[in-house]
Ligand binder design. Sequence first.
Ligand code: SAM
Length: 259
Amino acid sequence: MTYTETDLIGTIEERTAEHIGALSRAQLDDIDQFHAGGTAAVDRLLPSLRLGPGMTALDVGSGLGGPARQVARSTGCSVLGVDITPSYVETAAALTRAVGPADRVEFHCTDVSGLDRSDFEAAYTIHVQMNVADKGAFFAAIAARLKPGARLAVFEVCRAGRGDPDLPLPWSIDGTDSFLATPDELRGCIEASGFETVEWADETGWALEWFHQVGARMTQGGPATLPTLLTGGVTRVLNFAGGMNTGILTVHRGSFTRR
Ligand SMILES: C[S@@+](CC[C@H](N)C(=O)[O-])C[C@H]1O[C@@H](n2cnc3c(N)ncnc32)[C@H](O)[C@@H]1O
């Protein structure tokens, strides 16, 4: 079990000494994006999703909701986030009630296969499939909830194929819930699940540069950042960056069209 934190709102308010509704955008950006690259990574996914007002996107593994709120704010679309960790869904909903846009962003605690809809115009998943053993079923379930022609964007961690990363990692404390694929395996699995590739890019260098820029703030007790709020979070992030630095882990960004 990795995602075990409860009362994250209480932890955030204690560490920032602010009510969540009073947090600045910069403070929130440090806290509610649970992936390499923060808000800049979400910005890199946005063009391929081709979203606009009146459209609805599905965020699979929505975490604390930072990406969903950002996508809704940036494009004017609505976003439904699904996640299987109840306390993260509660935190995402509470943050959205406090900072918005609450009329266009909502969260359900469910696996994507439990979602009774097939009308989404786009979907994205950010740093989630590392926790999923049956990736074929995962991406097929996403495909089934999209309209034909809809876009899927992924920003995901892979193993390069040589060696294993040190534990703990952001997505796995003890390794029992980590199921890393190589980039070729992941892309092949997504294509076999009903998608055609539009773009497939190795973002490892970009993600490492981002870690170098924010790393000092994480380790030097600066403002509250997500790793400082999670169990063993700083070590987990350092191991993630170390895995990329030594060529064991990659971060890949993909854009796909649902057939
Ligand atoms: C590393 S966090 C990323 C959260 C979010 N995508 C972000 O980038 O801020 C991984 C998230 O995936 C969720 N998750 C893991 N397996 C899942 C599954 N099968 N379906 C939905 N969510 C899942 C976890 O509960 C956790 O919130």
